[in-house]
Design a protein around this ligand. Structure first.
Ligand code: ADP
Ligand code: GLC
Length: 480
């Protein structure tokens, strides 16, 4: 089966979050199931710089008003189609925001162009390669099924995966003519969304199947609290909605072979983690006592509950804990965390920015990772934590709920606990969880047992890739 995957970020070419990890790992995990994927990605400067000897596959003379070239290249085991369109993607900032952190004003056009290019490929534009199915991810490629629906090939199956419904790609109605869709696409069945144009909304209406990245989140987005305005649209499509939990790339995230950590180890040699712990201690300027090091590797946003953490940082220190925080995002949250670090030198260290190698070292050297998210479609850092023996302390929501076994009395007795879950997601809830963690940490036998249990958990793509493959097959065999 031939699949065209479309994503605005793909690891290792370009990454701002978990979407990139998933879009990079899934095509490789699907290979054993006979799925051959080509992945379409925008030609950002970082992407064009990283690839070697691409082949020109197609020229768009007028892709929503701009010229674009489709390049093909193999990179890190992934077959890429790179949409080289300098007018859209040759920018100095990140994939979505400028150097000042502001959304590019023409994001609608940049990602509509990506989606239209995908629909053209679906329609057979690429010489010698015709996909059987198209898989789009998040709002940036949610217009793929929309363009397919209103094209000459509406029957080619499409799947849209929701990684985060908080980001919807909503724009004023004035952009509609620029999308070059037929007038009737501006309707309830199409992209019209409370009088605006909704990219994700249009994709949810037109894709043949919808998936999201955990079973719990698939249920949560049916409620007003988590659906963020789209719960009604999703409710009308529940028979086409599937919750499939993400896996991790266990070659990239393997403590036994990871070249980004100071000392490799396995469940049998957990003591060797000490070398990584020392590096973390040095990097974050922490005291070198035996107290537990809790880490955070996260976007600094309201979603991730970073304000809750900032508000109880002092209490964590009082209990004897230390905090190592790596994050980028909201300036006010960053400021609050830096202020806490200033008040508690040696106990709290903050590293601002995006640092892939450091994120590996922290999982390999810290005792636990704190993830107090208000909502979390799947979450990957708790999965990395499990694999690295860095105990996840997580809010009971979305994928965090589905992947961590709470250390309650029964689970501890049965030796199946892998972390700590807490609810409600409030400062008090988090504080209680931290108290439980401190208490558990005193009993090193139990703690080590939990680390080992987590390291045994199956967090690979195996079963989930099989579910995606089965979904693809069912859509292709029934002709969508
Ligand atoms: P989300 O996609 O919502 O940000 P996930 O947990 O799914 O959350 O994925 C986050 C990914 O980004 C993980 O691979 C994590 O290690 C990485 N990450 C987040 N913040 C940073 C950072 N500051 N430096 C390095 N990696 C980070
Ligand atoms: C989104 C979600 C995160 C998920 C990731 C990959 O960024 O916020 O929970 O793990 O996508 O699916």
């Amino acid at each position: 089966m031939k699949v065209l995957s479309v994503s605005s970020e793909v690891f290792p070419l370009i990454k701002t979050g978990g979407l990139a990890d998933v879009a990079g790992a899934l095509p490789i995990a699907l290979k054993p199931f006979g799925v051959e994927t080509k992945t379409l990605i925008p030609g950002y400067p970082a992407v064009l710089k990283a690839i070697r000897d691409p082949v020109i596959r197609f020229e768009f003379a007028d892709l929503l008003g701009e010229k674009a070239t489709l390049l093909e290249v193999e990179h890190a085991g992934i077959s890429f189609l790179v949409l080289d369109a300098p007018a859209y993607y040759n920018r100095t900032g990140g994939p979505y925001v400028d150097a000042m952190g502001k959304d590019y004003p023409d994001n609608w056009r940049r990602f509509a162009a990506l989606s239209l290019a995908a629909a053209e490929i679906a329609a057979g534009r690429l010489p010698g390669w015709q996909p059987d199915l198209v898989h789009a991810h998040d709002w940036q490629s949610a217009m793929v099924p929309v363009y397919m629906r209103y094209s000459a090939t509406p029957e080619l199956p499409s799947v849209l995966t929701i990684h985060n419904i908080a980001f919807q790609g909503q724009f004023g109605p004035d952009i509609f003519p620029g999308l070059r869709l037929p007038a009737h696409a501006f309707s309830m069945e199409g992209v019209e969304y409370y009088g605006d144009v909704g990219f994700l909304k249009g994709g949810l209406q037109t894709a043949h199947a919808l998936t999201t990245v955990s079973p719990s989140y698939a249920e949560e987005i049916l409620t007003p609290e988590f659906g963020m305005g789209l719960e009604g649209v999703i409710a009308s499509r529940t028979s086409s909605l599937h919750g499939i939990v993400n896996g991790i790339d266990d070659d990239v995230w393997n403590p036994a072979t990871d070249p980004m950590i100071a000392q490799t180890y396995s469940a049998a040699t957990l003591k060797d983690r000490i070398v990584n712990r020392q590096r973390v201690t040095e990097h974050f300027g922490l005291d070198s006592d035996d107290g537990p090091i809790f880490c955070v590797v996260s976007r600094l946003t309201w979603q991730k509950g970073m304000d809750l953490l900032a508000s109880i940082a002092g209490e964590i220190v009082q209990m004897g804990g230390k905090l190592a925080i790596l994050g980028a995002g909201d300036a006010a949250l960053e400021g609050a965390l830096f202020a806490a670090a200033g008040r508690h030198r040696g106990r709290i260290g903050v590293s601002a920015g995006y640092n892939e190698p450091m994120s590996h070292l922290m999982q390999a050297g810290c005792d636990a990772i704190i993830i107090p998210s208000r909502f979390e479609p799947c979450g990957l850092t708790q999965l990395y934590g499990l694999r690295y023996g860095c105990l996840p302390i997580v809010a009971r929501t979305g994928g965090l709920n589905d992947t961590i076994v709470d250390a309650n009395h029964a689970a501890l007795q049965a030796k199946v606990a892998t972390g700590i879950q807490f609810s409600p997601v409030t400062a008090e809830g988090l504080l209680q969880a931290m108290r439980r963690a401190m208490h558990l940490f005193q009993d090193r036998k139990v703690w080590t047992q939990m680390q080992k249990q987590g390291m045994k958990s199956d967090v690979s793509w195996g079963r989930s890739a099989e579910r995606y493959a089965a979904l693809y097959s069912s859509l292709v065999s029934r002709g969508a």
